[in-house]
Write a protein that binds this ligand. Structure first.
Ligand code: HEC
Length: 140
């Protein structure tokens, strides 16, 4: 490797953060955040599972991966946590869970992965939109 500062922390020089975080903060305790972020990681795993299954042409694996992030998942989040979510946040969450259910219900074969990919892209529009608008923050 050609010297320079690659991979090394820049000692003594404070990192300049030029990106202002304008996302709306949703206040969650550490325990509440752990519940919700576990759900998030499951959704990411579902996205990975669906794409992997599509690549392998395994329709049943598409169904299995997608159904793990359907509406049922939302019910697993305790009501006191859900009550802290602003309405548009809940709507974006529901929108993505619903599309995962549709992927599970509508995928019969993957000879043409197009329709399933279209739905997955639709589900991921909610990930993108919500992540652009909200963050979690500890209560103060
Ligand atoms: C309704 C809003 C919403 C939707 C929809 C949503 N997320 Fe998130 N997600 C968040 C918020 C808020 C955070 C925390 C961001 C922060 O505090 O910086 C987060 C964090 C995450 C994390 C980090 C988890 C961790 O361990 O810290 C992953 C991974 C993630 N989301 C994946 C996804 C994927 C994949 C989708 C879509 C399939 C998705 N999310 C949909 C709101 C959402």
């Amino acid at each position: 490797m050609g010297g320079g500062n690659m991979g090394k922390p820049m000692a003594g020089r404070p990192m300049s953060y030029k990106v202002e975080d304008k996302r709306q903060a949703i206040s969650l305790t550490e325990a509440e955040r752990a519940v919700v972020t576990a759900e998030m990681r499951q959704m990411l795993a579902s996205v990975q599972g669906v794409t992997d299954a599509l690549a392998r042409g395994d329709a049943q694996a598409v169904v299995d991966a997608a159904s793990k992030s359907g509406m049922a998942m939302m019910q697993e989040v305790p009501a006191p946590i859900r009550m802290k979510f602003p309405a548009p946040f809940t709507q974006l969450g529901m929108a993505s869970h619903r599309v995962f259910d549709r992927i599970a219900q509508e995928t019969r074969t993957v000879t043409d992965p197009g329709p399933t990919l279209k739905l997955l892209s639709e589900a991921m529009q909610s990930c993108v939109a919500c992540h652009a608008s909200y963050r979690f923050a500890p209560p103060r």
